[in-house]
Design a protein around this ligand. Structure first.
Ligand code: NAD
Ligand code: 0WE
Length: 255
């Protein structure tokens, strides 16, 4: 059994109960961790706060990870609430709708900047703020997608942002390794969350996985949660800088 009793985890990217962040929160809660749940803005506060009672020991915090001042204020509040941190989960991505709808060639400079800022740079900013609170070492996890390596129609600038995110995981692992802080990513298969709802043809993406993946089904958010609990636990003490696929094997197939 994975044991995270006495550990404090902060989770970014909870929008609703379908969020991958929520599946991870449930698994970390089952393992005994105390949870700080971060939501992006006032609009998402109600949703986050309505889910808190399902967790044993959780508080919520508001943080837009594209604003340095909000990251600083959130980690100051976390320091006051907990004193130390052991785990950070970064489950955040955003690209302006035009950029994941239109031909990649037409990607606007500002849309490219926003996608990489919110989806990749924010991991650097959050990790830097978290590190001083991880005096006993720690574990940081982010979520990525196979569109970083291969072209998927419409994933577009998000694929570029995820490639940057995966490289960021490796460089952060090297930077934070001497502090015994590990940094990893899970590359999840497609899951019908809020972030997937805006995507045309998402059902076709899910059907292709069912047809081609070695397990001939789609992955569930709670399976991502289980792997997250492992990577964030002492059982994974030798793993850092890694991208672990939780995709029913889809990424190993050739046709
Ligand atoms: P989701 O919509 O539930 O979560 C995305 C979250 O990002 C939301 O909570 C949103 O509020 C947050 N966010 C966006 N901009 C933010 C900002 N500026 N500051 C703070 N938070 C911000 O969708 P999800 O599918 O759970 O996505 C979580 C992560 O998983 C993302 O990184 C996504 O790329 C990744 N992922 C998703 C899938 C999938 O098919 N759903 C597959 C692989 C990877
Ligand atoms: O990372 C993602 C999607 C993230 C995302 C989603 C949206 C929708 C609404 C980022 N920005 C926005 N902006 C919006 O305005 N995924 C891994 C889910 C996803 O998206 C795809 C996929 C998969 C899987 C797009 C095309 C093809 C496959």
């Amino acid at each position: 059994m994975i044991d995270l009793k006495g550990k404090t985890a902060v989770i970014f990217g909870l929008a609703n109960k379908r969020s991958i962040a929520w599946a991870i929160a449930q698994k970390l809660n089952e393992a005994g961790a105390s949870l700080a749940i971060c939501y992006q803005n006032e609009r998402l506060k109600k949703e986050a706060d309505s889910l808190l009672p399902e967790l044993r020991d959780a508080k919520s915090f508001q943080c837009d990870v594209s604003v340095d001042g909000e990251i600083d204020a959130t980690f100051l509040a976390l320091k006051h609430a907990y004193g130390k941190l052991d785990i950070v989960v970064h489950s955040v991505a955003f690209a302006p709708a035009d950029a994941i709808k239109n031909d990649f060639l037409l990607t606007a400079r500002e849309d490219f900047r926003i996608a990489l800022d919110v989806s990749a740079y924010s991991l650097v900013a959050v990790s830097r703020a978290a590190a001083p609170l991880m005096a006993e070492g720690g574990s940081i996890l982010t979520l990525t997608y196979y569109g970083s390596e291969k072209v998927f129609p419409n994933y577009n600038v998000m694929g570029v942002a995820k490639a940057a995110l995966e490289a960021t995981v490796r460089y952060l692992a090297a930077s934070l390794g001497p502090k015994n802080i590990r940094v990893n990513a899970i590359s999840a298969g497609p899951i019908k969350t809020l972030a997937a709802r805006g995507i045309g043809d998402f059902n076709k993406i899910l059907d292709t996985v069912t047809e081609r993946a070695p397990l001939h089904r789609n992955v569930e958010a709670l399976e991502v949660g289980n792997t997250a609990a492992f990577l964030l636990s002492p059982l994974a003490s030798g793993i850092t800088g890694e991208v672990t696929y939780v995709d029913c094997g889809y990424n190993v197939t050739g046709m």
